[in-house]
Design a protein around this ligand. Structure first.
Ligand code: FAD
Ligand code: NAD
Length: 491
């Protein structure tokens, strides 16, 4: 097989390459080649390097992938910037707030700075772990060889194992084409120059409601159009109901059972065609439309067919060890579509790396949390109450509303609750669902409890600092056995 090797040639992200990036030497065969340097790929590369592997990472765009450049990090930078605006505008304490505005240019510049720091961090981590990386599009030649196209020049690289971590891209609906001007994708909207007066968001999934939260706080009239009967349909029913009420109270309009069938930009407005559950058609208009109907795996130019890689729909098929059907080829992250979340991609990356390096690991999706960054946040792990019922489990539920928490009241965040689902006899923690301020941080202790196979009762017996929001976890756990101190006695 050809083992031609070149010096790395870098394109637009050359500035992110630290000086002294290990030179790719002639004739080297790598232990592992990782295709894609998103949170799946770069984490897999670092873990394997820690275990002594010689690694090559190939990235066609910027280090950090979707999460760092176009996903988790930029959106959380925006959410953090608009939160004070939301708090002040929704409180009667502050005077003169009508004049309060946000400098959008500075908000975008801060986001860009955060992204730059984070992606440079990945480059530094590569350097300190002696990971080679090159910029270019990788295509399989055979299961141990990839061809890399960089600035019109092709080179081939060989590795004993290959990890596919090529992620996903924005999905669309067939009758609609994103123009990047008034009909935007989640990539386009990160550089929006002007806050629109009104916005339609197609899709009430996680991307839809996080951007609804951002733009509602910025003063845009937001309408979410969701074809299913509910928004964020995979969450627990009570969380879905609670969040919908909160978003509507904040001013977000939510139309469920509403399928978008097309959209066309006109001079000043975008016309959106909708159909309700009975088939009745209607048109709505908005200055800006955001497309948030899910993401599709990115396998373009990868040449999966050349090595006979099995796919499931559009996703690459991988087992719990992250192995594909082709020996020595692993797949992780959004491209396998099990759980399209950053931390899931990283966890899968670690499993793949450790298996290649001789350990025996399997991913456990039951303990991967879901975190949604609305005001207030949503976080969950394990089964919903409905799923537990469908599995025929004998469960008991403990609930504690934020309204009864001293800390939640003191900080002016009384909305939401903690819901803990436990197996009735032994108290195994089956699921935890939190709607409330800092939910995405609070879920951490529940994850640890589940990891250590603690029971619901154990969660209730931990003494918490006062006043803290984590007391709500303790109280919900105590409520599971009807022992909550701060709830009125039942029956
Ligand atoms: P990616 O991050 O997409 O990385 C894949 C990389 O592979 C890319 O850099 C791509 O350029 C490269 N690549 C593709 N093909 C090739 C090729 N042939 N050759 C070379 N390189 C290639 N998840 C969370 O957990 N929390 C959040 O808060 C969150 N917020 C999000 C917000 C938005 C707006 C979006 C869009 C997503 C968000 N996600 C969030 C999801 C998260 O970003 C993804 O689950 C995660 O990035 C997947 O990581 P990955 O490594 O599988 O793929
Ligand atoms: P999603 O699948 O979560 O939601 C898409 C929504 O669009 C669904 O509810 C679907 O029913 C709806 N939809 C599809 N076609 C429609 C149509 N024609 N008309 C009306 N509604 C329609 O996808 P997403 O929100 O685009 O997010 C993509 C991925 O990114 C998800 O896997 C998500 O987990 C991940 N993500 C995670 C976070 C986070 O963890 N905080 C944040 C953003 C994105």
């Amino acid at each position: 097989m050809p083992t031609e090797v070149v010096m790395p040639s870098h394109g637009p992200t050359a500035q992110a390459t630290p000086k002294g990036n290990p030179t790719i030497k002639k004739g080297v065969s790598y232990d592992i080649a990782v295709i894609g340097a998103g949170v799946g790929g770069y984490v897999a590369a670092i873990r394997a390097a820690q275990m002594g592997a010689r690694i090559l990472v190939i990235e066609k765009d910027k280090l950090g992938g979707t999460c760092l450049n176009r996903g988790c990090i930029p959106t959380k930078s925006f959410l953090s910037d608009v939160k004070p605006l939301y708090r002040i505008r929704s409180s009667s304490l502050y005077e003169g707030k009508e004049k309060l505005t946000i400098n959008v240019e500075k908000m975008i510049a801060r986001k860009n700075k955060v992204v730059e720091i984070m992606t440079k961090g990945v480059a530094s981590l590569f350097k300190s772990n002696e990971i080679h990386w090159i910029q270019g599009i990788a295509t399989f030649v055979d299961p141990k060889t990839v061809e890399v196209l960089t600035n019109g020049k092709k080179d081939t690289y060989r590795a004993n194992n290959i990890i596919i971590a090529t992620g996903s891209r924005v999905g669309t609906i067939p009758s609609l084409s994103i123009d990047g001007k008034s009909l935007l994708s989640s990539d386009d909207i990160l550089d929006i120059q002007k806050i629109p007066k009104d916005m339609i968001i197609i899709g009430g999934g996680v991307i839809g409601i996080e951007f609804a939260t951002i733009f509602n706080a910025l003063g845009t009239e937001v309408t979410i159009l969701e074809m299913l009967p509910t928004i964020i349909s995979t969450e627990d029913d009570e969380v879905i109901r609670g969040l919908k009420i909160i978003l509507e109270k904040q001013g977000v309009k939510i139309l469920t059972d509403t399928r978008v069938t097309g959209a066309s930009p006109t001079k000043n407005r975008v016309i959106v065609n909708i159909q309700d559950y009975s088939g009745k058609e209607e048109q709505l208009t908005a200055e800006t439309v955001l497309m948030a109907v899910g993401r599709v795996p990115y396998t373009e130019k990868l040449g999966t067919e050349k090595i006979g890689l099995q796919v499931e729909g559009q996703f690459i098929k991988a087992n719990a060890r992250m192995e594909t059907n082709v020996d020595g080829v692993y797949a992780i992250g959004d491209v396998i579509g099990k759980t399209m979340l950053a931390h899931a991609a990283s966890a899968e990356g670690i499993v793949a790396a450790e298996n290649i390096m001789g350990k025996s690991r399997e991913i456990d999706y039951r303990k991967i949390p879901s975190c949604i960054y609305t005001f207030p946040e949503v976080a969950s792990v394990g089964l919903t109450e409905r799923e537990a019922g469908e599995c025929g489990m004998d469960i008991q539920v403990g609930m504690f509303p934020y309204l009864y928490s001293g800390k939640a009241m003191a900080i002016g965040e009384p909305e939401g609750f903690v819901k803990i689902i436990g197996e009735r006899e032994l108290g195994e923690i089956v699921g935890v669902h939190i709607l409330g301020e800092h939910a995405t941080e609070l879920i951490g202790e529940c994850l640890l409890a589940m990891h250590l196979e603690a029971t619901v009762e154990d969660l209730g017996e931990v003494v918490k600092g006062h006043p803290t929001l984590s007391e709500t976890i303790m109280e919900a756990a105590l409520d599971w056995s009807n022992r909550s101190i701060h709830l009125l006695r039942k029956g």
